[in-house]
Design a binder for this molecule. Sequence first.
Ligand SMILES: Cc1ncc(COP(=O)(O)O)c(C=O)c1O
Length: 421
Amino acid sequence: MSTILNQPITPLDAATIRADFPILNQPLTDGQKSFVFLDSAASSQKPAVVIEALDDYYRRYNANIHRGVYHISELATSKYEEARHIVASFINAASPNECIFVRNTTEAVNLVAQTWGRRNLRENDLIVSTVLEHHSNLVPWQMIAEETGATIAYVPLTSDQRLDMAAFDNLLKREPKLVAVTHVSNGVGTVNDIAMIAAKAHAAGALILVDGAQSAPHLPIDVQSLDLDFLAFSGHKMLGPMGSGVLYGKKKLLDAMPPFMGGGGMIRKVTLEGTTYADVPARFEAGTPAVGEAIGLGVAIEYLANLGMDRIFAHEQEVVAYALEALAEVPGLTIYGPTDPAQRSGVVAFTLGDIHPHDVAAILDSENVAVRAGHHCNQPLVRELGVVATTRASFYVYNTPSDADRLVAALHKANSIFGLA
Ligand SMILES: Cc1ncc(COP(=O)(O)O)c(C=O)c1O
C-alpha cells in the first residue's frame, strides 16, 4: 500500500492495465523478447478505448463542428464540447470556457507568448524562467522578449537538478511580470513545488504559466487550489491522440487577450473594414480543430480519472524507486536528477560510462526495450549536466518493476559489449 499526502492508496494493477494497450500486446516473432516501452515522456501509448473513440468518430460521425445543422455535425459538436467539460473537471477549471483545445504544449505556450506577451510585455520587463525548461517553454519567451525588449532571467539549479529556491526568491525581488516554469522536468524528472512557486510569484505581482506536459499525465492537478494563471499540456503524453492538447487560462486573463490566429471560427462579425472576435474559447480556436482527437483526449482523460491520478502517481513512484535501486547495481551508471525519490517523477535519465547515449539506446532496442537518447529538447539543462546527451527511460501507468529489470539486464549487456564490466 502506498501513501500520498499520508492517505492510504490502493495500488494499481499495471499488468491488467497493460492488457488495455494493443501496441504492448502484439504477437512476438520467434525468439523476440516482449516489448518494454520506456519512452512515455516523449509520447504515451494509447489504450483501446481511445483508439476506438477515434475510429468511431471517423466511421460514424465525422463532420465539421459548430457549423452544420445536420445531425452528425451536431453530434460531433456536442462530443467535442463534452470533451472540453471532461478536461475542465480533470484540472478543476472554474469553467470549460477556460480550456482551449490546441495541438500540444508547444502551441499552448506560443499562444500565451504571442497574445498575452505581445500585449503586456514592454522594454525591460522581466520574465523569470528556469534552466529546467523544455525548449517549448523557453524559445517562445526568447522570441517575444526579442520583439518587446523584455528580458529573461533563469532560476539556476542545485547540484541534483532541483530549482535553487533562494535564487528564485532573489529574482522575484526584481518584480517580474511572468514566471514560466515547468511542473515536472522531462529531462531529469524533478517535480517542482508548484503551489509554493505560484504563491511566491503572485506575492511578487507576477503571473504564472506552468508547463504541465510532464505533470498532467502523471499527477493530480487542481488549477484553482494551485492558483495557476495558465497551464499547458499535451494530450498525446496522457494516453490521448497526437495533435490534442490544452491551454488552460483564467477567464479574466483569456478575455483580455487578443486572438492568436485569425480565420474561421474565431470571429463575431467580419466586414471589409475590420473584424470583431468571438468570446473565449472560440477566439483561440481558429480554423477547423482536431475534432476526433479532442474527443479521444476526453476518453483518455476519463480512463486516467477512473484509475485515479493519485494512484497513478503512487504507482510510478513505486516503480521508479524499484528501478533506481536496481540501476544502482549497474557499473558505470550515472543517474541525474533529485536524490530524494519523493521529488522525482517517472523520468530516469542517465549516462553509462563513456558509451554514447545513442549507442546505449540502440543496444537497449536490440533487447526490445524502447528508450530515448539525446538532449530531450533540454539543451541548457544537458549542458549544465556536463554531457552531450543522456539516455532516458520514462515510466508510466502500464510499466511494472519487471520492465525495470529488463532495462537493467540490457544495460549490463551494453557494458559487456563495450567491455566495461
Ligand atoms: C516538459 C515538456 N514541455 C513541453 C513539451 C512539448 O510538448 P509537445 O511536443 O507535445 O508540444 C514536452 C515534450 O516532451 C515536455 O516534456
